[in-house]
Design a protein around this ligand. Structure first.
Ligand code: GRF
Length: 200
C-alpha cells in the first residue's frame, strides 16, 4: 500500500478527486496517510477530516524563521511515513532539502500543458488568464515530478482540454480541473502505486 502525503493550500478539489478515486478503487494500493496545508482555512483540511485522515496545518506564519517552517514540514512528512508526496493545489515553495529527500517521489499537478504557461508566478487563475490572452485553442493539465526548479521536473502525464469561444478564466479553470486535473492526478498515483512508472 503506497502511503501518500497530500499537500494543499485551498479548496482541495484535487484532493477530493484522489479520495473519491480511492473509494471507487480507481486508485489501487495507495492511501492518503496525511493532508498538510499551509493555510489553516483551507477547505481541503475539512475534506480530509471528513474521511478521518490526519489533517495538519503547518503554516510559515507559526514559525520564527522559514528554516524552522521547513524543518517542521519535513518532520511531518517523515512522521507520516509517506512514500509519495503529492502537491495538489499547494502554493508553498517546497525547499530543496525536502525536494532532495523525496526526489522521484514527489509529484505536482499544474493547470497547463507544460512548458506553456508555467514557472514562477503561474498558478491558479493566472495560468488561464495567460492562456486566454495568448489565444491558445488547446490547454490542459500536467502531472510532473518535482525537481529544484519551478514546474521543470520530468513530465509524467498530460491531458489536453479545448478552449472554447467566450471562455472566461474561471470557466476555463473549471473545465481544466474537471476534464484534466481530477483525472490525471488519481491516474498518476495509481500508476506509481502499481510501480508502472519509476522515477527516471
Ligand atoms: C487549481 O487552480 C488547480 O489548477 C491548481 O491548484 C488550484 C486549486 O486546486 N492545481 P484545489 O481545488 O485546491 O485542488
Amino acid at each position: 500500500m503506497l502511503k501518500t502525503a497530500v499537500l494543499v493550500s485551498g479548496g482541495g478539489t484535487n484532493l477530493q478527486a484522489i479520495l473519491d478515486a480511492i473509494d471507487r478503487k480507481e486508485i489501487r494500493d495507495a492511501e492518503v496517510s496525511v493532508v498538510i496545508s499551509n493555510n489553516p482555512n483551507a477547505y481541503a483540511l475539512e475534506r480530509a477530516r471528513r474521511k478521518g485522515i490526519p489533517a495538519l496545518c503547518i503554516s510559515p506564519k507559526a514559525y520564527e524563521t522559514r528554516e524552522k517552517f521547513h524543518k517542521a514540514l519535513l518532520e511531518a512528512l517523515r512522521d507520516s511515513k509517506a512514500e509519495l508526496v503529492v502537491l495538489a493545489g499547494c502554493l508553498v515553495v517546497i525547499p530543496e532539502m525536502i525536494i532532495r529527500e523525496y526526489k522521484g517521489r514527489m509529484i505536482n499537478i499544474h493547470p497547463s500543458l507544460i512548458p506553456s504557461f508555467c514557472g514562477t508566478g503561474y498558478y491558479g487563475l493566472k495560468v488561464h488568464e495567460e492562456a486566454l490572452k495568448r489565444g491558445v485553442k488547446v490547454t490542459g493539465a500536467t502531472v510532473h515530478f518535482v525537481d529544484e526548479g519551478t514546474d521543470t521536473g520530468p513530465i509524467l502525464l498530460q491531458k489536453a482540454v479545448e478552449v472554447k469561444e467566450g471562455d472566461t478564466p474561471e470557466v476555463l479553470q473549471r473545465r481544466v480541473m474537471e476534464e484534466a486535473e481530477w483525472i490525471l492526478l488519481p491516474k498518476a498515483i495509481d500508476m506509481l502505486a502499481q510501480k508502472a512508472l519509476g522515477p527516471e
